[in-house]
Ligand binder design. Structure first.
Ligand SMILES: NC(=O)c1ccc[n+]([C@@H]2O[C@H](COP(=O)([O-])OP(=O)(O)OC[C@H]3O[C@@H](n4cnc5c(N)ncnc54)[C@H](O)[C@@H]3O)[C@@H](O)[C@H]2O)c1
Length: 425
């Protein structure tokens, strides 16, 4: 309906100006990320004429960042219809949301929603009649299975914790459709989880705290892909790093990589900053929280906000002091405990997530896996599948080319030598 009044509505004007500004920054952020994401741009170039996704509706449950907008716009250029919701309540970049909406993507998201709003948006996505769903964390796959939502041909999963959830779903009820575990591609977790999350976690710490890393004692819980990346970035900046682990092989690896390895219990009174990177719950429990030293910082780089017992902190102090954005101080038995980003994934809440170059590898795996699904879903068992090796290797090769690197190939003689060596076993 047209505005009948001759004087413009001031509040509408301000709202319009704000969304215009968001749209402009969203567009700039998208363009910046596209420049860095050369592999996905090449894939888009290759397929955009034939539009292989023209008959498919995609549902994405991802962190709404500039890199995600590149994946979404690539899928759109290949002909897909798309809906998206956020994989984390605090990882939504409002400018990207505005940019996606402007580009006719159905967005079910809000920055910092209530718990109910967050899950309502996921349910909306689950009911959006998507043929293929791409999840980050396995929560959407869980909802779709619990509500027995029909019409989904197949799915993909982005992260380690999501793969673990899918495996437990498979054991409990079986899967209703095939899922490709994109996280398990070597060209994904070797790089995104390690180099990407390592750097962006430390960037999150620097941005939120602005502290000097050199000389501080950090305790990194978990020496998987994320833990390795975080530990090595911290060491690079001069931190003293202690690793805690439950897996003897990973603990040994950390030790041989030159890190101090101890039981968590031994570190509680010493660490200046603890970072959980395990995908497990209650890694820093309420009993541990009470033993930490005064002024300690706590952060989490794992997918879910269950690694530190934040419920205990909020139960003790209903209104913690918000010292800086995403930094809350709690008084626990006379000691100050500083919690970063509410114990949610620090690199996606405090900063913009992993850098575009590394997300290029992850999201190229996603896009190629989606294309693979459109051709093969009828022949895929309702199970968790690996990214086909051909796709995984292609992404690694394309990444090398994007960095201008060429590598050697096995000679015919070497291939034959390898074949014969195996034949003798
Ligand atoms: N923040 C991000 O951008 C990002 C990126 C990738 C993965 N992730 C998430 O990070 C988490 C870790 O991922 P990953 O790929 O490193 O997994 P991983 O399986 O490679 O590593 C997890 C490690 O934690 C160890 N661990 C488990 N429980 C422990 C405990 N109580 N104490 C100490 N160590 C313990 C395990 O032994 C394992 O070595 C997952 O939740 C994953 O989804 C986050």
């Amino acid at each position: 309906m047209k505005n009948q009044s001759s004087t413009p509505n001031k509040s509408l004007k301000i709202k319009y100006a704000n969304s215009q500004r968001l749209l402009e920054t969203g567009n700039l952020s998208y363009e910046w990320a596209v420049r860095m994401m050369k592999i996905i741009s090449k894939i888009t170039e290759k397929y955009q004429r034939t539009k292989p996704l023209a008959n498919f509706k995609l549902g994405f449950c991802l962190h709404i960042t500039k890199e995600t907008s590149v994946l979404v716009m690539a899928a759109k250029a290949l002909g897909a219809q798309i809906s998206i919701c956020s994989a984390n309540p605090l990882s939504v970049q409002p400018d990207i949301m505005e940019f996606l909406r402007y580009n006719e993507i159905e967005v079910f998201a809000k920055r910092d929603p209530s718990k109910i709003e967050f899950f309502e948006n996921m349910i909306k996505l689950a009911k959006s009649n998507a043929h293929i769903i791409t999840d980050d964390g396995g929560e959407l796959h869980g909802i779709v299975h619990k509500r027995k939502i029909k019409g989904i041909l197949a799915g993909t999963e982005q992260t380690t914790s999501g793969i673990n959830r899918i495996l437990s779903l498979k054991a409990k009820t079986g899967l209703n459709y095939p899922i490709i575990g994109v996280n398990n591609a070597r060209s994904k977790h070797f790089f995104d989880n390690r180099y990407g999350t390592g750097q962006s976690t430390v960037y999150g710490l620097l941005k939120i705290l602005g502290i000097l890393i050199a000389g501080k004692h950090f305790v990194v819980c978990g020496y998987g892909w994320v833990g390795k990346g975080v530990s090595s970035c911290l060491r690079g900046l001069g931190a003293r790093v202690t690793v805690t682990e439950v897996d003897p092989f990973k603990a040994l690896e950390a030790y041989m990589d030159g890190f101090d390895v101890q039981r968590l219990e031994e570190t509680l009174m010493k660490g200046d900053c603890f970072i959980t990177c395990t995908g497990q719950r209650n890694v820093i429990s309420r009993h541990d929280l009470e033993k930490l030293k005064n002024g300690v910082f706590l952060a989490n780089a794992g997918h879910f906000d269950v690694e530190i017992d934040v419920d205990y902190l909020y139960a003790q102090n209903k209104q913690p002091i918000e010292r800086r954005p995403y930094l809350e101080s709690f008084d626990i038995k006379g000691k100050t405990i500083n919690l970063i980003a509410k114990g949610r994934v620090i690199n996606l809440v405090g900063v913009e997530g992993n850098s575009s170059e590394v997300m290029d590898l992850s999201f190229s795996n996603q896009l190629l896996s989606i294309l693979y699904i459109t051709k093969n879903y009828k022949n895929l068992a309702k199970d968790l599948h690996q990214v086909p090796t051909k796709i995984d290797e292609k992404v690694a090769q394309m990444a090398l080319s994007s960095f201008g690197i060429k590598i050697d190939k096995l000679t015919k003689e070497q291939i034959e030598y390898h074949r014969q060596a195996f034949a003798n076993f």
